[in-house]
Design a protein around this ligand. Structure first.
Ligand code: FAD
Ligand code: DLZ
Ligand code: SF4
Length: 507
């Protein structure tokens, strides 16, 4: 009689809680490629190749470490297409007496796990996922008695809990946050370290062929696939980032440049989220670089804030908000996602850059996601659920627990301010300040109406006017509404008419 341990595609960690303390000889690990997971959104081809190849490599690593692994491929004739179906088949194959699994990363899969004890009539142990710094109980207790949930205060608790960048009770450098020093626009003459490229081996080539065959219509192409698919290679990219990109990460975190998809970002999120890299280990390595005088404080603190601040905070919000969070639509936005989100074909240069590199690399950095594709969706009133599904499909690091609060909450403000204190809405001036995009665009960022006017400008004011009832009382929106009031009526009418015309053409 065996203990069955199912491992999902975002659980590729050797220290996974479901493996801890188990007798290897008495266990069978089950890993399964299933239609249910490959089809819940039309995943980018590179995302799929990455996850499936990383799963196959992890299965081999576990075998080398002495575990018995039963691996079901997508193409196996008997594959039932679902996790539950594969558990049922594995129970038959292995005379299973009990199940032990690390908790699911999202509501959909949690519901599945919760149904297993009844369904299979054997004991099912669900262990907490201890790859996060903050437990569900800690986050819930943090939310109690708070009128507003804000990342900054949560982040301070995570600094105290981890001891990262702390000197006793006080933050290194005398302040918690060096955000103001994370906003330099980038110049072309600085050398940017491209992420490492890992040539696909035979295992990855097999997955590439399968994905190209079965998912020919999905976004992306796989000829340039170069993600790491093992922990060993992911650690190489981690070291590459620490040595070459981290020193400038802080200064240029918000910058954007034409033809430069990566700048000084780490490109580590796919590896962290699937389990190949340990976020806390990574943050400790960042701190070592800082303490050794190799990187400035705005880089080290800025990076650590993203990981133990934002990443942990959005996970907390996801579970706190419940399965109905996905239905939030505070601005009642209904416009369908324009076709160019899938093709990149638009004359708005900023959007064609952000979407074009998404198609090519399954990657865009935070400010591109937030202030280009997200900002446009917000201003144009795109349906937030469609926007969410797009982000979930196109990025190699996208799992619902991290993607949904970022897209629906942070970028679309569809939760009415549960996650963020104000909408991240901006006109073309912001994009012009943080990038060189506008100098390559057929629109003029300085114009607000007329055929050459940057669409973001009129759309911004249309957004402000359209949502006045919902936003005016927000103290952080006082300035835009003051400026809107000061504007001559004729200008207001012209701006709104220009935006309406643009939106009608958009569909
Ligand atoms: P870096 O810029 O090098 O940052 C370092 C690390 O910090 C990242 O690897 C990531 O682990 C963490 N991080 C930074 N910002 C965030 C954040 N807001 N939330 C969670 N972790 C963060 N991140 C995902 O991992 N998966 C997603 O599906 C995802 N969807 C997003 C959708 C939208 C609309 C927005 C605005 C942001 C989204 N993010 C998502 C957050 C962020 O854009 C990515 O984590 C980051 O771009 C990944 O690239 P990187 O590894 O080079 O990050
Ligand atoms: C994203 C993804 C894809 C495309 N395919 C699989 C798969 O075939 N098998 C699997 O175990 N996991 C896959 N994943 C990742 C899962 O969607 C993710 O692990 C679940 O959402 C669990 O939270
Ligand atoms: Fe984007 Fe407007 Fe700048 Fe063109 S001018 S790149 S549309 S912000």
């Amino acid at each position: 009689m065996a203990l069955l341990i199912p491992i999902f595609g975002d659980q590729l960690s050797h220290g996974l809680s479901s493996l801890a303390g188990q007798d290897k000889k008495a266990c069978v690990i089950l890993m399964a490629e299933v239609d249910e997971e490959t089809e819940y959104v039309p995943h980018h081809k590179s995302k799929m190749v990455y996850i499936l190849s990383a799963m196959r490599h992890h299965a081999n690593d576990l075998r080398s470490a002495g575990w018995t692994v039963d691996y079901v491929k997508l193409t196996d004739a008997e594959n039932s297409g679902s996790f539950t179906g594969e558990i049922a088949r594995a129970i038959e194959r292995h005379k299973v007496s009990a199940l032990c699994v690390t908790e699911a990363g999202e509501w959909r899969v949690k519901a599945m796990l919760d149904s297993w004890p009844d369904r299979f009539d054997i004991p099912v142990e669900i262990r907490p996922d201890d790859r996060f710094l903050c437990t569900h109980a800690e986050f819930e207790s943090w939310t109690k008695d708070r009128k507003q949930l804000r990342m900054e205060f949560f982040y301070r608790d995570m600094r105290r809990k981890s001891g990262l960048m702390m000197n006793g009770d006080t933050p290194e450098g005398g302040q918690w946050n060096f955000d103001a020093e994370n906003r330099k626009p980038a110049k072309r003459d600085l050398a940017m370290p491209a992420p490492l490229h890992f040539a696909p081996n035979a295992v990855t080539q097999d997955v590439i062929q399968m994905v190209e065959r079965r998912f020919a219509g999905n976004m992306g192409e796989t000829t340039k696939f170069g993600f790491a698919v093992t922990r060993e290679d992911a650690l190489r990219q981690q070291k590459h980032f620490l040595d070459h990109a981290l020193p400038n990460f802080g200064d240029y975190q918000d910058a954007m440049l034409t033809g430069e998809p990566f700048l000084w970002h780490s490109i580590l999120s796919p590896y962290i989220n699937s389990g190949l890299l340990d976020p806390l280990e990574l943050c400790r390595a960042v701190e070592v670089q800082y303490r050794a005088g190799k990187v400035p404080i705005n880089a080290a603190e800025g990076f650590i804030r993203q990981v133990i601040g934002w990443r942990e905070y959005v996970r907390g919000i996801y579970w706190h908000a419940g399965p109905e969070y996905v239905e939030s639509n505070a601005f009642a936005a209904t416009r369908p996602l324009p076709e160019f989100y899938w093709t990149g074909k638009t004359d708005m240069h900023c959007l064609s850059q952000a979407i074009g590199q998404t198609i090519e690399h399954s990657y865009a950095h935070h400010i591109q996601r937030l202030m280009i594709t997200g900002n446009f969706a917000l201003l144009a009133g795109l349906n937030p659920k469609e926007v969410h599904k797009w982000y979930l499909a196109v990025y190699a690091d996208a799992y619902e627990w991290v993607e949904l609060p970022n897209s629906l909450g942070m970028s679309q403000f569809a939760d009415g301010g549960m996650l963020a204190s104000k909408p991240y809405a901006a006109s073309g001036a912001y994009i012009n300040r943080m990038s060189d995009y506008c100098t390559h665009c057929s629109y003029d960022v300085k114009q607000r109406t007329g055929p050459k006017a940057c669409p973001f400008n009129a759309l911004y004011w249309e957004f402000i006017a359209r949502n006045e009832r919902k936003l005016r009382k927000n103290p952080r929106m006082a300035m835009p509404y003051k400026n809107w009031e000061r504007m001559a009526d004729a200008d207001k009418v012209a701006l709104r008419a220009h935006a309406q015309q643009f939106l009608e053409k958009l569909g």
